[in-house]
Design a protein around this ligand. Structure first.
Ligand code: ATP
Ligand code: MG
Length: 253
């Protein structure tokens, strides 16, 4: 932290201050304060039900906060509105992939590029720059050959790649990916790693949830580990993974 800086540090693109979310008696996120560095890759790990998806849902305004504060790029928010995510340059994917199932792979991308309006995309009222961009995205997620397939006919892994492509089409600078690697074949895992590394090189901030500690160790700079909705540890990835608390409580080795 720079000398003289306040609590909110511009080294971080997202910070939370004691944010909470409960579902009835379940306290999914408990007074959680975390910091996500600007640029680079931050991973969020933790056992099933530890609040990882809930945290991403709170950061992206998909769920309302029960308490606390989210600071996104210097703006403090007690209410995070999902429709304002593009204003903050933020986009996200879901653990359960969400696509337009009845339209083609190509149009799933074009819808986003034509400002998320389905009809202009379907009517092909799109400019050549958007077409080039769509092609570039589909090539980078390895789905160019599938561009005319309906989204519903893709394999599970291809659907996840298309969802990542849709996030890329948002042209954000903060990407939140909920379990982008889960259920992917090894070659698809490599593709997603490549995409994330490219985003990092472009100076974007990538946050991803993963259970795979090999991927976490290899890919991320910063690691946040949750346990029962609270912070277990956070910091530089190698540092966090060598802490006894993490080894004992989470990695179990
Ligand atoms: N919409 C909801 N309604 C009720 N309970 C919920 C809801 N979403 C999450 N929960 C509960 O909140 C807790 C945290 O869930 P969350 O999905 O955030 O965990 P997670 O760390 O993402 O788990 P996983 O690794 O299985 O995806 C769990 O006990 C879960 O059952
Ligand atoms: Mg989850």
């Amino acid at each position: 932290m720079r000398p003289g800086s306040e609590q909110i540090d511009d080294h971080y693109v997202i910070q939370t201050e004691r944010i909470s979310k409960h579902f009835g008696a379940v306290r999914a996120v408990r007074k959680l304060s975390i910091s996500i560095p600007k640029r680079g890759l931050t991973s969020i790990a933790g056992p099933n039900g530890s609040g990882k998806s809930t945290l991403v849902n709170l950061l992206s305004g998909v769920l309302p906060l029960d308490g606390g504060l989210v600071v996104i790029d210097g703006t403090s928010l007690k209410v995070v509105k999902a429709h304002e995510n593009p204003v903050h340059g933020l986009t996200r994917t879901f653990q359960e992939v969400r696509l337009f199932d009845q339209v083609t792979v190509w149009n799933n991308i074009m819808v986003v590029l034509s400002e998320r309006r389905l009809f202009p995309a379907l009517l092909e009222r799109v400019n050549p720059m958007q077409r080039d961009r769509a092609r570039g995205i589909l090539e980078s997620v390895g789905l160019w050959e599938k561009k005319d397939a309906l989204a519903m006919n893709l394999s599970y892994g291809q659907r996840k790649l298309l969802e990542i492509g849709r996030a890329m089409a948002m042209e954000a600078n903060i990407y939140l990916f909920d379990e982008p690697f889960a259920g992917l074949f090894p070659e698809m895992v490599e593709k997603v790693k490549e995409i994330m590394n490219r985003m990092r090189e472009q100076g974007d901030t990538i946050v991803f949830i993963s259970h795979n500690m090999d991927i976490v160790r290899e890919l991320s700079d910063h690691l946040i580990i949750l346990d029962s909705g609270s912070l277990l540890e956070e910091g530089a990835v190698d540092d966090v993974l060598s802490r006894p608390k993490v080894i004992n409580a989470y990695l179990g080795t």
